[in-house]
Design a protein around this ligand. Structure first.
Ligand code: CMC
Length: 389
């Protein structure tokens, strides 16, 4: 205390102690509560992983069934929240809608302010994880001018989300199992990532002891930014702009000259490879087997090949991150680019809430208040306007 260390972007400052997610950036390791991401992606499902993140351990059969039941039966939102969503302009970005929808939920559940009441807390956690796909799907339908679809509580988490997005007139929506599985995997990969920009935003805002809806909406706001959750949307725009495989070398030269960044490359923590990118590449194959290959894939593969052999990227330890391929999958699943960040926010809600819970229970935590290095003027004499003008 009392000593200010200049650390922009907090690259050397630990703001908390956490037992949620472990990352070893040099070795390319990512673990949730000690379990390797590869095993969770292969053997688990999103709701079980969400339980693990929130509760710290895997559920028993009973615990899982109760959790699943609770989440499933909180998927509906108050009709007035629907009105709130409908009030947006036709071309509103779905992340802006989600941000407001989740922030707005705090007013529907005033008991959420009792953040030290464990029962009330649990209820808000269940509600938020449950309602996120509903709000996300409605934001998507809004942009298309289509009526919102209510949740179908007989469906699983990811399948229900797909139904709310794409069900048209069929009375019983059936999504391709392989696509549901791919979405589950993507949800698991995005569920948490320790102290990234949005988790830090949730913790920072949460440290004021505000309700969890408001804290999570701060996380959504952080994720909205192109350097965080918006990167996969930017990857697709970049691939489209490049246009064809033969234009890749020219584009890479532009990146090296500093004209722009190669989106979907580089990571603050992973300086070897991003383990999520490896799993996503495999999910790409599974999805494209159902939907047919996205023509932009060819450009992405060429970009990766050239960049991985180029001194500029090698010396800076720049490798594909989770966003490099996720956008291609989302596009193949018929999502417009503006929805990509929503697909990130839905599963990350579990991680944000796990981080928030840890913060609230940590007796060492104080209201976030970083120091600054002041660089402005001091003790100036104020000259009245009539003498200055
Ligand atoms: N393309 C070209 N050069 C890059 C890139 C890139 N994507 N990323 C970093 N560099 C260069 C950068 O110019 C700098 O070079 P120099 O030392 O010559 O000035 C050097 O590499 C270090 O960059 P940095 O900005 O200090 O690295 P950082 O750790 O602060 O930034 C990053 C990490 C993810 C913001 C950055 O790599 C980036 O902007 N990547 C593109 C956006 C992106 O894909 N974001 C998704 C991140 S993964 C999702 C998530 O987990 O949130």
């Amino acid at each position: 205390p009392g000593v200010a260390v200049y650390d922009p972007g907090f690259t050397n400052t630990a703001s908390c102690r956490s037992a949620v997610t472990y990352i070893d950036g040099d070795k390319g390791i990512l673990e949730y509560r000690g379990y390797p991401i590869e095993q969770l992606a292969e053997k688990s499902n999103f709701l079980e992983v969400a339980y693990l993140l929130i509760h710290g351990e895997l559920p028993t059969k009973n615990e899982y069934e109760t959790w699943q039941h609770e989440i499933t039966f909180h998927t509906f939102v108050h009709e007035n929240v629907k009105d709130l969503m409908q009030a947006f302009r036709y071309d509103a970005h779905p992340m802006g809608m989600l941000l407001s929808g989740v922030g707005g939920l705090s007013t529907f559940y005033p008991e959420a302010r009792n953040i030290f009441d464990t029962e009330a807390r649990h209820l808000q956690i269940v509600r938020m994880i449950a309602k996120m796909p509903t709000l996300g799907a409605w934001a998507f339908r809004h942009a298309q001018g289509k009526p919102y679809i209510y949740p179908d509580n007989e469906l699983g988490y990811a399948e229900n989300f797909l139904a709310m997005l794409f069900k048209m007139s069929e009375p019983k929506f059936v999504a391709d199992e392989r696509l549901v599985k791919a979405l589950e995997v993507l949800f698991i990969l995005h569920a948490d990532h320790e102290q990234n920009c949005s988790a830090n935003a949730v913790r920072s805002v949460g440290s004021s002891q505000v309700d969890p809806y408001s804290a999570v909406s701060a996380g959504i706001a952080a994720l909205y930014g192109p350097l965080h959750g918006g990167a996969n949307e930017a990857v697709l725009r970049m691939l489209r702009r490049i246009g064809s495989k033969d234009k890749v070398p020219e584009f890479i030269e532009g990146v090296k000259e500093g004209k722009e960044r190669l989106m979907g490359f580089g990571h603050r923590v992973y300086k070897n490879y991003d383990p999520r990118a490896t799993i996503i590449k495999k999910a790409c194959d599974d999805v494209f087997a159902v939907t047919g290959v996205n023509p932009l894939l060819e450009i992405a593969v060429e970009l990766e090949k050239i960049a991985l052999e180029d001194e500029y990227f090698v010396s800076r330890k720049l490798y594909p991150n989770v966003d490099f391929y996720s956008g291609l999958i989302y596009e193949a699943l018929q999502f417009p680019p503006e929805m990509f960040t929503v697909l990130f926010a839905i599963p990350r809600t579990a991680g944000w809430l796990a981080q928030w819970l840890e913060l609230v229970d940590d007796k060492d935590q104080k209201i976030a208040r970083p120091k600054q290095i002041y660089t402005g003027d001091r003790t100036l004499d104020f000259t009245p306007r009539e003498q200055r003008w």
